[in-house]
Design a protein around this ligand. Structure first.
Ligand code: IPE
Ligand code: IPE
Ligand code: MG
Length: 252
């Protein structure tokens, strides 16, 4: 049975976040320049989006460029920005046709003008779509996001007693989205790399050795199946989960 057939439609995560990693190593293993890996990663984005829609995922967040990635060689940064513009321009008709709504999180103002223009146009054009939300994390890092949230909270003069989990969430770039139930990282690295630190407090983590350009639909379904085997306890006991008991109810 394929992984897709094994998916329980009643237990599909609503939000899946992905750290798309391993493009450079994949390219190197094929005797090519790093950028060749980035180009080939676009097909994996298409496949992942398709798989997300087919399995019923409503929010797909892709970590495409981190705050720290600005420190890469200038040529690689430029190539990545050009790839972003060309990919959006090339894919926008298809995205719109498939009712995908595009969003961006991160320090979007720091992107080159051409990226900002394409991105804003694509977000505007797809703003009425609601089949699936594709959220691109660009010039994003969680510490940057938390910094800007704290600054805004202070600037607006909020009082200590007004601070809550809910309020903090509402000042993050992801305010409009639920927290991801599942976080996938490709390429065998087992770290978070400054991604959604607040939002993944209770996410299930899935690591695969597959480099991003080799990631495909079936790999996505495999991750969903693995997620569906997890028992999400949120601090409670296994018995409470199985009997549906609430907080502080006696177990005897
Ligand atoms: C992920 O692949 C893409 C970005 C971070 C932009 P990498 O470029 O990090 O590839 P590796 O990890 O060096 O192999
Ligand atoms: C994380 O990958 C960022 C993105 C996938 C965009 P990196 O390759 O930059 O992460 P580190 O530096 O190896 O942790
Ligand atoms: Mg990497």
């Amino acid at each position: 049975m394929s992984y897709f057939e094994q998916i329980d439609p009643l237990k599909v995560p609503s939000h899946v976040a992905v750290i798309m990693d391993g493009n450079g190593r994949w390219a190197k293993s094929h005797g090519k320049e790093r950028i060749f890996g980035h180009f080939n990663g676009v097909e994996s984005v298409r496949a992942t989006l398709k798989a997300a829609v087919k399995s019923g995922v409503k929010y797909l967040t892709l970590y495409a460029f981190s705050t720290e990635n600005w420190n890469r060689p200038k040529e690689e940064v430029e190539a990545l920005m050009n790839l972003l513009v060309h990919t959006i321009t090339g894919e926008i008709d298809e995205l719109d046709k498939n009712e995908v709504r595009l969003h961006a999180i991160g320090d979007i103002d720091s992107l080159p003008e051409s990226c900002k223009t394409e991105l804003h146009a694509a977000m505007e054009r797809t703003s009425g779509n609601n089949k699936v939300n594709l959220i691109l994390a660009l010039s994003y890092s969680s510490r940057w996001e938390i910094n800007q949230a704290v600054k805004r909270i202070l600037a607006e003069g909020l009082k200590p007693e007004e601070i809550s989990d809910h309020l903090i969430s509402s000042y993050l770039c992801t305010a409009a989205f639920p927290d991801p139930e599942l976080l996938i990282r490709t390429s065998g690295e087992k770290r978070i790399s400054n991604f959604l630190l607040w939002q993944i407090a209770y996410s299930e983590l899935y690591f695969t050795e597959t480099h991003w350009p080799d990631f495909n639909e079936e790999e996505f379904y495999k991750a969903i199946c693995d997620y569906q085997t997890r028992e999400r306890r949120f601090g409670k006991t296994s018995e409470q989960i199985h009997t549906g008991m609430g907080i502080n109810e006696k177990t005897t």
